[in-house]
Design a protein around this ligand. Structure first.
Ligand code: ADP
Ligand code: MG
Length: 591
């Protein structure tokens, strides 16, 4: 006798509900998303007892006609996709046709909908545990109103499992934030136990963030703006000093849909490296737009996790654009040198063209490829290159002329720090870290140059390694050759180097290669930018001046100028603070 049976719909729906409806906030999410998909201009959310007693969502969207209302709560009924091809060009929030059936199967649900603008007549359907109990003609405005009562009335175990009202409300507010932030062109009203928690009228994104997170967030926002062929990134981060103890203000919206992505979160976190204390989280509100066919939204049932085709590249674009903005908006404006050098825009970042980063080592995947050439600051002899080489704009040139006539106001402390004055106060710069930053950005740039100079060594250097080490170092051969290294041999036991990058001190070569071997990360995950980043970092480490080196006033001057021409003058390539400004106010307070 056959023992396999098709499960009754009611059971199948309850099982599906386990996936879709975990708690009241999941219902809120699904209903709000349906209202957004319906093209509503205004959406109202009313809840009682953190959604345990009532969740009611009303919209003025497209509505449903009689037939659709009779079908919408069946499993896999959706108006949003017709065939599998549609899956790759989805613009709606929902598409699985599972939400209403799942919610209906574990609650008392009533749906009133009216599709016709000209008639005030609509239909109402009442369901209990997914079964139709009543179907009526009713008076209603255009749009849809769905109320969900007594959630999990038929699954006591689930109902008992719900947390306190405070915790459940917190989850609901989180969902409300996610949906109302990105859909800022829709009016939202949110009422909890007769208290109006939010009343948000249609606005631009920035305004919506301020309305949701309070007026004080206005002064915390730093804009992020980056456009390449792979992705457009637009949005805001909070200044580092406003980082939070929780992750509650972290939002990625990919193609207008809230998503979680630990890899991208890591990119933001590293962009903030050295600027925020441990155990605090940066706050961000970032819209990332990528071509529809370059993501897979289907990997998670709740669709909050997605997979990008160009994961590594988007990581790099995101990290650099945030770093750039942090440098520009956070620290740079406070450093206003008395001789008025324009530090805020030392290079033509804003006007650069979007470019497709190619997966090819000499592209370095650096979205800032078209920077003006930074000044060279050589390690060994510290020769100052003619200022003509780095002065791009006439304005900048004139300011440098002025600077030449007034001697640069700086001195060295303990052969370790450079102290200089600005109109805002006293600036203390860690010379070694500053130099590492300058060199690091130069090396990264060199990695994207077509050709680089080689400094030939009179006596080639031979280094011995075992075969495993050689296998790993081999990964670095191409980018290093591109950077001016010349290898006479790269055999199974040793490498022989006959040329190096001109900035590098040959005394440090052995240590540099040992350090490459210690940083094994690149062998696991040698995405081009990771590899280039590592090379630039370690080369800067072994090429920089030490923290015990006398440097003359000219060199101090060019170090300061070069530092503030960097994309990110705040932290060293290893995430350490480079300078500290002691403001005039702080000095006044001392006395
Ligand atoms: P999905 O959103 O994945 O299509 P749902 O179960 O959430 O599946 O909804 C089923 C269908 O019911 C939707 O495709 C849509 O046609 C209709 N629907 C649900 N909510 C609304 C609403 N607020 N306004 C108009 N139509 C709606
Ligand atoms: Mg839906």
């Amino acid at each position: 006798m056959s023992i396999i049976k098709l499960l009754p719909d009611s059971v199948a729906n309850q099982i599906a509900a386990g996936e879709v409806v975990q708690r009241p906030s999941s219902v809120v999410k699904e209903l709000l998303e349906n209202s957004v998909d319906s093209g509503a201009k205004t959406i109202k959310l009313i809840i009682k007892d953190a959604g345990k007693t009532l969740i009611h969502v009303l919209d003025d969207g497209i509505g449903m006609n009689k037939d659709d209302l009779k079908k919408c709560f069946f499993r896999h009924t959706t108006s949003k996709i017709r065939n599998s091809k549609d899956l790759y060009s989805l613009k709606t929030m929902g598409f699985r046709g599972e939400a209403l059936s799942s919610i209906a199967s574990v609650s008392h649900m009533s749906i009133i909908s009216n599709q016709d603008n000209n008639k005030s007549l609509g239909y109402e359907i009442k369901l209990e545990g997914g079964e139709e109990k009543l179907f009526n003609e009713v008076i209603s405005l255009k749009g849809t109103s769905i109320s969900v009562k007594n959630l999990f009335f038929n699954i006591p175990a689930r109902r008992n499992f719900l947390k306190s009202d405070n915790v459940e409300l917190k989850h609901i507010i989180d969902e409300f934030h996610r949906i109302s932030l990105i859909n800022h062109e829709i009016n939202f009203i949110f009422i909890n136990n007769n208290n109006e928690l939010f009343n948000l009228s249609k606005s631009i994104f920035k305004e919506r963030i301020i309305r949701v997170f309070g007026n004080s967030s206005k002064q915390k926002l730093i804009p992020i703006n980056e456009e390449t062929d792979l992705a457009k990134i637009k949005g805001y981060v909070f200044k580092p000093e406003y980082s939070r103890k929780t992750r509650s203000a972290q939002f990625f919206f990919v193609n207008d849909r809230f998503i979680k992505n630990s890899h991208l979160n890591h990119a933001v976190k590293t962009a903030f490296d050295g600027l925020i204390k441990e155990k605090l989280y940066p706050s961000y509100f970032l819209k990332i737009n990528v071509p529809l066919n370059s993501i897979d939204v289907n990997i998670h049932p709740n669709k909050t996790e997605i997979k990008f085709d160009n994961d590594q590249s988007i990581y790099a674009i995101l990290k650099s654009s945030i770093k750039h903005s942090l440098g520009q908006f956070n620290i740079a404006p406070t450093i206003d040198f008395e001789n008025n050098i324009n530090l805020n825009t030392p290079y033509s970042y804003r006007n650069k063209e979007a470019s497709i980063p190619k997966v090819d080592y000499n592209q370095a995947f650096n979205p800032f490829d078209n920077l003006t050439k930074p000044i060279d600051l050589k390690t060994k002899d510290f020769e100052i290159i003619n200022t003509k080489d780095f002065v791009k704009t006439d304005q900048f040139k004139n300011e440098l002329e002025i600077l030449k006539t007034n001697s640069f106001p700086s001195f060295q402390l303990k052969s370790k720090y450079i102290i200089t004055k600005t109109s805002a106060g006293i600036l203390i710069i860690n010379q070694k870290r500053a130099h590492q930053r300058i060199l690091y950005e130069n090396f990264l740039k060199d990695l994207s140059n077509k050709i680089n100079p080689v400094q030939t060594l009179l006596f080639p250097i031979k280094l011995d390694f075992n075969s495993e080490e050689i296998r790993m170092l081999k990964l670095l051969e191409a980018p290093l050759v591109h950077l001016g290294f010349k290898f006479n041999a790269f055999s199974s036991e040793n490498i022989e180097i006959s040329g190096i990058h001109p900035f590098l001190n040959k005394k440090n070569i052995n240590e540099l290669f040992q350090d490459f071997l210690r940083n094994k990360d690149y062998s696991k995950d040698y995405a081009v930018h990771t590899l280039n980043d590592l090379i630039a970092k370690l080369l800067s480490k072994y090429s920089s001046i030490s923290s015990n080196e006398n440097i003359n006033i000219k060199l101090q001057e060019s170090l300061v100028n070069d530092l503030f021409a960097c994309k990110d003058p705040n932290v060293s390539p290893f995430g350490k603070l480079i300078f500290k400004l002691i403001s005039l106010e702080e000095i006044i307070k001392i006395f």
